[in-house]
Write a protein that binds this ligand. Sequence first.
Ligand code: ADP
Ligand code: ZN
Length: 602
Amino acid sequence: MPKKENKENKKNKKSNNLYYLLASLILVILIIAAIGGYFYLEKNNKDKEVAYTEFVKQIEEGTIEEVEMTAGSNTAKVKYKDIEDKKTVSIPNTEAFTEFIQNRITEGKAVPKLNQKQVNPMLRVSGIFLQYLPTLVILAMVVLLFKMQGFGGEKKIYNGEENDTNVRFKDVAGLDEEKNELIEIVDFLKNPKKFLSMGAKVPRGILLCGKPGTGKTLIAKAVAGEAGVPFISMSGSEFIEMFAGLGASRVRKLFEKAKKIAPCIIFIDEIDAIGARRTSNSGAETENNQTLNQLLVEMDGFESDETVIVLAATNRPEMLDTALLRPGRFDRQITIQTPDVKGREEILKIHGENKKLADGLDFKSIAEDTAGFTGAELANVLNEAAIVATVNKHKAITQEDLDEAIKKVTVGIQKTSRVISEKDKKLTAYHEAGHAIVSKFLESVEDVKEISIIPRGFAGGYTLYKTDEDKFYISKTQMEEKLVALLGGRVAEKLAINDISTGASNDIEVATKIARDMVTVYGMSDTVGPISLKTDNPYELQLFGENIEDIVGKEIKKLMDDAYKKAQIILSENMNILHEVAQVLLVKETITAEEFNQFFNN
Ligand code: ADP
Ligand code: ZN
């Protein structure tokens, strides 16, 4: 509370007190109202809820007909054989539940029908929001009141999460080079004296760069686990605070604590949230700068024999303030790549260890089908596969379950519930057939694996390609052909139905981005030449002549027009096949590579 001078007149003080009293009164009323509302809602919910233990008993007794689970949520709807009303149950651990059902299947016991439903993510978010609305209102009021009164703030400081990890390097698949680099840190933490007596300089901070889900947190935990030291973690976004100065003081406390329990590892996730390049000196920026400055002070303030190592993760190292990267701070960077095919196979193996797998599962072929997946996505594939296997009443996860799971993770869950008009279906059939047929005539485009007009995610249909290798470099021809394949959908709509739809909007967006990159990033346009135009600064662009923007625009348009024409030529020459494939799609909805290739055998 700001100190009040004695000479401050009494009247002012009095009105201040009155104000405080009034605000408190409002607060109390609001709290009572919110609690009342909460109990009311709770009671209404209670009536239709069944306890998990009761629910399990009912499954064993066989009184349940169907359980409807919703992806990403742990409440399920329960339909009974002889009661009209549905009830809800909250399943504390979906994995354990799936296992329970699977065990019953294995033992040949009866199980209810399981249904999995995908929920509109927006609805889910708003549901969660409504559920916590009363709490949010109270919280907001308390915070507001405290802020008005000018106290609070400093007292409650979150010290970061501390845990001893039992993660080891063997739990981190692939990433051999990265592990090798980090072994030095492990050695140091285990035996700092050895290093210090040699006069070795040990890095203070290491930046782990890579896409979300590539295992940065995991490998940081493994370093702590291998060294047998505590792991304190905090996320950059948690530092950003509405109370002035609190971010900085959190940083201070975090390091204070680390020094107390050293040797240890501090892990700062999303460091870009505090470490973004300092710009102006106003408003929210200043708060952020204070936090960043404190971090810099702490990084510099270590004694040379202190055994605290700071690991930080980011997906955008180029965004970081250069001061953070100076010697003695985060002066080492380790890039964590998305796994290659061998890495993916190893990750699948690790995450498959605690799952029931059918004999002869071929992780290698799954790894081949999942180019570009991160470790987190692969772990997700296996979890999905376990659910799919359970829904399909398989005793163990089969290859088909995994294929289905990959599709789910790639393109969202099959939206069977959506009603599609015949016209939409026809349009989609021609659109997808167009992609597939055009691709067949393009040397560098991968073979088609599956074509479908069943909507998944936001797409009305999809064409899946076989990915047979991890590509690090893509040639100009490959990019041009990719454009043709992408536009094949739109061209087919135009040729066959003489109408075009919004269904191609994503294709066009992706294609335009590729064409733009070809011209402005990869220097693939002859007219523009081999220069990079990747800059936000319009003046820098002017260096290449006043018309450079026009020229770039024309070049991009030319690439797109050429690709469109090429798709048009291919499809006009193969109209028969286009009609045939679309017809079969309308009947079968999904066709495989073998079925598709037969159209070209006559
Ligand atoms: P990041 O910190 O890079 O966003 P995480 O470390 O949080 O990613 O990874 C999320 C999850 O993905 C991990 O908990 C783990 O289950 C899985 N995962 C990611 N990479 C690997 C890997 N190389 N080996 C095994 N599992 C991995
Ligand atoms: Zn398309």
